[in-house]
Design a protein around this ligand. Structure first.
Ligand code: FPP
Length: 253
């Protein structure tokens, strides 16, 4: 690991794409909007609004740092249990975000994918999500995956169900199921596993996020609350990643 690469990440200079010191895929658990608002005596929705600004900054940082894949945990399958007003605030922000940002994201070369149970959102949002995916499908600069109404256990159970149905229909031999072929039933099919999973706000949990895909991910936790997250915090996380030695279960060489 060259010191220069770490410095490059900290100073914002660009490490080379394809460099092992640079994670190809960064996945982020955006946490702390509520606490950020409470610290300021503001309603929770103000924290979520500020969180959307942090989403914008983070997408820009990922593009600037040549990270090819970015996944954001925007709404968990458990978030539906929050009070109705907060769910409405969050879905409203999502609706507004897609409508106001899509042109710019498309211009920037961002390809948008959605994972999760999108069928639980209002039909106009579902239509916007499909439109965003279709419109940006040929973009290659940044692959942005937004996890919405997503839960990893639900995802794995759905994959098991689909494989079982294929066996029942005589299309799949159970003996042929491997880790690789099973991954093909997950919603992340075609997306490389995350190299780095980052969580803000000091919590140290995965909270049902990418449980299968995170098997060998480096986990980085920062005390920064999500609305305060931006380019320099993103660069710091990349620098922390660059300091880690990844062995994938093997012995150090
Ligand atoms: C965690 O903060 C954050 C969320 C539940 C949602 C994240 C959503 C956004 C950043 C805005 C919407 C996103 C898009 C893509 C438009 P929390 O409310 O759990 O904070 P707390 O733990 O401090 O209460």
């Amino acid at each position: 690991m060259a010191i220069g690469q770490i410095q490059a990440a900290v100073t914002g200079a660009r490490p080379e794409a394809g460099d092992d010191a640079l994670p190809a895929h960064v996945a982020i658990i955006m946490d702390g909007n509520g606490r950020w608002a409470a610290q300021r005596g503001l309603p929770r929705v103000a924290g979520h609004r500020a969180g959307v600004q942090a989403v914008r900054r983070t997408i820009e940082a990922a593009v600037a740092q040549h990270v090819g894949w970015l996944t954001l945990y925007a709404f968990s399958s458990e978030n539906w249990r929050r009070p109705e007003t907060e769910v409405r605030d969050l879905t409203g922000l999502l609706r507004h975000f897609i409508r106001s940002e899509l042109d710019e994201l498309h211009r920037e070369g961002v390809r948008i994918r959605i994972i999760g149970d999108r069928g639980r959102f209002d039909t106009d949002i579902q239509a916007d999500l499909v439109a965003a995916e279709r419109r940006t499908t040929a973009n290659t600069r940044l692959n942005l995956t937004v996890a919405l109404s997503y839960g990893a256990r639900g995802e794995i159970a759905a994959a098991a169900r689909a494989a079982a149905e294929a066996v029942r229909d005589g299309k799949l031999d159970p003996a042929s199921i491997t880790e690789e072929s099973f991954a093909g039933y997950l919603s992340t099919f075609g997306i490389p596993d995350p190299d780095l999973i980052l969580r803000t706000s000091g919590e140290r949990r995965l909270s049902n996020f990418l449980l299968w895909q995170s098997a060998y991910a480096e986990l980085v936790f920062t005390d920064v609350l999500w609305p305060d997250f931006g380019a320099s915090e993103f660069a710091e996380a990349l620098a922390e990643y660059a300091r880690r030695e990844r062995r994938f279960g093997a012995r150090p060489g």
